[in-house]
Design a protein around this ligand. Structure first.
Ligand SMILES: [Zn+2]
Length: 306
């Protein structure tokens, strides 16, 4: 339906080209160009899924190509992003101020906000994970990864290194439409999972952890991260906090339902996993593996094994 509306609107707006008093054959090129332009505009405005995703993907590819042309081969720049593989002059700011209804500025005030890769938009947790994968490639090389809520910068690294993965999401475009709390996948069927910053969004994080343990094959790996507030001993959640404003004030973001505490590793072990931490501060400063952009983005990742 959206496709039809976009086609019709573009046809109506491109029609005046055919009134230009030149031979019809010369009207074809400007007519097609005007039609294509308005079709893209309407398809994006209406969010027609195929066209919208194709245009987004094209923009992403052009952006990467432009950065590779500009920064590729420059070895003297001070910073590096393992996700896109480029050296960069500086990291960009995280735009929390532009979205006051979404982010609680208090949680961003004292953390380093200049943490976003200007090329692939990676944040510290993505660069830490990519750098860890790079250093421990044998751990993931022969596993097929199920990637919940896939992040473009980590996807970029996985694709560049030819690691097999399938994406899963309940709301966004993905290979599989899955609810993390009830995936419907068979027991012991998944070799590895990446799940960054999802557990703070779901209704029942304990159910999600039990589900992840159930679907992982024995020896399977789970790479997990979520907001951790080092001032809290235990996870803080409150089912009576339901409005977006209240969630933003309590947990830092309008769709967060909890913040985890200092006992996060023991908590994960309680669900049966063998837990190891991947600590941001063990990586070189050039990838900027710092706390940020929010104070609960402490950028310690968990490597869990069933
Ligand atoms: Zn990057």
């Amino acid at each position: 339906m959206k496709l039809l509306i976009a086609l019709l609107a573009a046809a109506v707006l491109a029609a005046p080209v055919h009134w230009i008093p030149i031979p019809p054959v010369f009207r074809l090129v400007p007519g097609a160009a005007v039609f294509a332009f308005f079709f893209c505009v309407f398809a994006v405005l209406l969010r027609e899924p195929r066209t919208y995703n194709a245009i987004r993907s094209m923009r992403w590819k052009l952006r990467l190509a432009w950065f590779r042309r500009r920064n590729g081969g420059k070895r003297d720049l001070p910073y590096a992003c393992p996700c896109c593989g480029l050296r960069i002059r500086a990291f960009s700011g995280f735009p929390y101020r532009k979205h006051p209804k979404r982010y609680n500025p208090e949680r961003y005030r004292d953390a380093d906000n200049l943490v976003v890769c200007p090329c692939c938009f990676s944040m510290p947790r993505h660069r830490i994970l990519a750098a860890w994968f790079q250093a421990h490639f044998e751990e993931i090389r022969d596993r097929r990864i199920l990637y919940f809520a896939p992040e473009p910068s980590v996807r970029l690294w996985l694709k560049a290194h030819r690691v097999a993965f399938q994406t899963a999401d309940l709301y966004q475009e993905a290979d599989l439409k899955l609810d993390l709390q009830d995936t419907g996948l068979p027991d012991d069927s998944v070799q590895a999972v990446i799940c960054n910053h999802v557990l703070e969004h779901v209704d029942d994080y304990a159910g999600a952890l039990r589900e992840l343990y159930r679907i992982l094959a024995p020896g399977g790996l789970l790479f997990l991260s979520f907001p951790v507030d080092l001032r809290l001993e235990d996870v803080r959640e409150d089912p009576s906090i339901v409005t977006e404003n209240a969630r933003r004030e309590a947990f830092g973001q309008n769709d967060h339902r909890r913040v985890f505490g200092r006992n996060a590793r023991e908590l994960l072990e309680h669900y049966g996993f063998r837990a190891e931490t991947i600590e941001g501060n063990s990586f070189p400063p050039e990838i900027k593996p710092v706390i940020g952009p929010a104070d609960y983005d402490i950028n310690i990742l968990f490597r869990l094994q069933k």
